[in-house]
Ligand binder design. Structure first.
Ligand SMILES: [Fe+2]
Length: 432
């Protein structure tokens, strides 16, 4: 169903969705009515989110006595100082897919955490590597919504509200508290996850851009109702304030036959993003490429911005076209879904990652600078590339996993070592 933040309604069986009221004395098909609230009841209308679910068993039957569960690679903020890697700009090659059977959940590895999960501020960045389906396993995350960015291999995300197939170039968002299971469409899978502890992602305001372009609402897709009427033992795993818990169930919790409301998962094809950029000279700030933003409460200061660097035409005259050199109060975690990133043509490979933390300088490597400073500025199409950034107002603290990761590049800083002094006191500088 198309649209961002719409009030949807859908039923997998005819007449399963009550009409005219939410809570009839007896719901159709003997279903249980249940509300799932993603905002406080009293949130303003524009941010008030809830859905009504009509299900075979109520959620209290999909939860029993909890036991502790260990998922040691999945960390939550605050998680500070558990490694000794000095401060610096960092870059990693891709994380390899393990040989042993690993599900989407078991394959989640936290790279950075920011803010504080207990105060619902900040976020975490993760990579996932998987080669096994979650079989008879279900999960929900009370700590935040999950923005999933597949990089290699598609995933099928079966949620309480419906099923989404998500392949590289697409993303999906699973709301806080929603139960789901992940299966692999291609045998193995790798990707990135942003766990948003704070207010939900929404579309950025466009200001003078007007009513169209960037991510358009109609390109977001929410699944129709789909249910499993499956008896038999299964596990529900829960992340709650950074800890993990599990409980045994007697039947699938994905048993919602009909639902209506605006608290729902969605997917989005990054190829449908309509970029806006420089058509005469200079380069706008990268915020021009924001797909989704999660506000922090302070105006213009995002808890998270999800930004992409898609295919686009470069036409600026007498301009340095790649992203400029930069220091930033925001902290920037980048990944590459496919192709090459224009400011770093070598060393930053699909599946790789980089981290440019609060106030640490970054920018084009020496080769990129040389090329962009001397090449003829014809209109040029940047093709076959899709990088992205999870950017937050909070410093991103590295996990021990990320600090010790074999694929951490010791030589990343060398990419700037060949930047020469061009200043020689003449107005043109020295370009020999
Ligand atoms: Fe930056």
């Amino acid at each position: 169903m198309p649209g961002f933040g719409n009030d949807f309604e859908t039923e997998a069986l005819p007449g399963a969705l009550p009409q005219g009221q939410n809570s009839p004395q007896r719901a159709p098909y003997g279903l249980y009515a249940e509300q799932l609230s993603g905002s406080p009841f009293t949130a303003p209308r524009g941010t008030n989110e809830r859905s009504w679910l009509y299900r075979i068993r109520p959620s209290v039957k999909h939860s029993g006595r909890f036991a502790d569960l260990s998922l040691p690679q999945w960390k939550s903020a605050p998680n500070i100082g558990d490694h000794t890697l000095p401060l610096g700009q960092l870059r990693w090659d891709p994380v390899p897919v393990p040989a042993e059977p690993t599900s989407f959940l078991a394959g989640m590895r936290t790279m950075t955490t920011a803010g504080d999960v207990h105060t619902q501020t900040g976020m975490a960045t993760h990579v996932y590597v998987a080669n096994a389906d979650m079989a008879d396993e279900y999960f929900f995350n009370a700590d935040g919504e999950l923005l999933i960015v597949p990089q290699d291999g598609g995933i099928r995300v079966a949620t309480e509200l419906g099923v989404m197939d998500v392949v590289p170039k697409e993303i999906c968002v699973i709301p806080r508290g929603m139960i789901f299971r992940v299966e692999l469409l291609d045998g193995t899978a790798r990707g990135y996850v942003c766990e948003n502890y704070g207010a939900k992602f929404t579309l950025p305001d466009r200001g003078p851009i007007g009513a169209n372009c960037l991510a358009n609402p109609r390109d977001f897709k929410t699944p129709v109702a789909a249910f499993e009427d499956r008896e038999g033992p299964c596990r529900l795993m829960v992340k709650w304030c950074g800890g993990f818990h599990e409980t045994q169930l007697e039947a699938s919790p994905l048993d919602v036959v009909a639902w209506h409301g605006n608290y729902a998962p969605y997917k989005y094809d990054l190829i449908t993003y309509s970029p806006v950029g420089a058509i005469l000279f200079d380069h706008p700030d990268p915020s021009i490429f924001t797909v989704l933003t999660a506000p922090s409460g302070e105006e213009g200061t995002a808890n998270i911005d999800f930004v992409i660097f898609p295919e686009r035409w470069m036409v600026a005259e007498h301009s340095f076209r790649p992203p400029w050199y930069h220091r930033n109060i925001m902290s920037e975690f980048m990944g590459l879904i496919y192709g090459r990133y224009d400011a770093k043509e070598e060393g930053f490979v699909p599946g790789g990652m980089s981290l440019h933390n609060m106030m640490l300088p970054h920018g084009p490597d020496a080769t990129g600078f040389e090329k962009a400073s001397t090449s003829e500025l014809k209109p040029e199409k940047l093709t076959g590339t899709m990088a992205f950034m999870f950017e937050t107002r909070f410093p991103q603290h590295l996990t021990r996993y990320a600090a010790d990761l074999d694929t951490l590049q010791d030589t990343y800083l060398d990419c700037w070592s060949e930047l020469k002094k061009r200043f020689d006191g003449t107005i043109d500088g020295n370009w020999d």
